[in-house]
Design a protein around this ligand. Sequence first.
Ligand code: HEM
Ligand code: HEM
Length: 189
Amino acid sequence: MAEGKRYSAIAMTLHWIIAVLIIVQLCLGWYMNEIVPDHSPLQDRVQDIHVTVGLSILILVLVRIGVRLTHPAPPLPSGMPAWERALAHASHFVFYLLLLVMPLTGWALVSVRHEDIPFFGLAWPAMPMLDHLAKPEARAVARQLKHIHIFILVWIALINLALHVAGALKHQFDGNPVLWRMLPIRRPL
Ligand code: HEM
Ligand code: HEM
């Protein structure tokens, strides 16, 4: 496969680092919310890691979007039907939206609740405006944000991930392989 037909090294590196971090986040979020006892010191510690990793994703995604705007994606294989191309593009677009909205809703949630926002030992600032809400309003906004962050977005992410992996694997074996475009190894002959 010609070099020009794969993603750039920086795009691949960011794709796989962010993919691993998203899976770590889904596991940490589920563990801290469903397994660890509520209001325990362990829950606080796991939440601190979740917050730090989530904010790291936010920064990496902003870099990734910058890279994407300056390094166009290689064209999809020419044998791929139009509806599959449209689905692949839609799934990528949904991912970029999720990769922004998931950390932003998490950041908004901890800001409304006036919780500490740790970031590798530093104090990350609260989201502007949200730390000044009156108590009843803050509670209502926090409830909505929590529902969006831990339920709606998580389910959309899981469905999109299943679609994304199924699509990549299907194309890999139906004569329109795409996996090599995102892997730092050469396609075997
Ligand atoms: C939560 C984890 C993941 C996220 C957020 C994610 C996100 C994305 C995004 C946004 C793109 C589009 C890149 C662009 O054109 O700018 C992409 C491409 C790609 N991803 Fe993932 N991905 C994840 C996991 C995976 C996994 C587990 C696989 C392995 C099967 C995979 C395989 C690929 C491939 C092969 C492409 C290139 C597809 C193409 O050329 O159209 N991804 N991914
Ligand atoms: C892409 C990044 C992120 C993903 C994938 C993610 C995912 C999750 C998941 C799966 C849960 C638990 C869902 C359940 O109960 O089963 C959760 C909860 C939570 N997340 Fe995130 N999160 C992300 C980023 C963030 C960020 C950046 C923050 C804060 C700055 C944050 C703060 C929280 C908090 C405070 C909870 C617990 C809510 C509660 O029950 O009180 N998250 N997240």
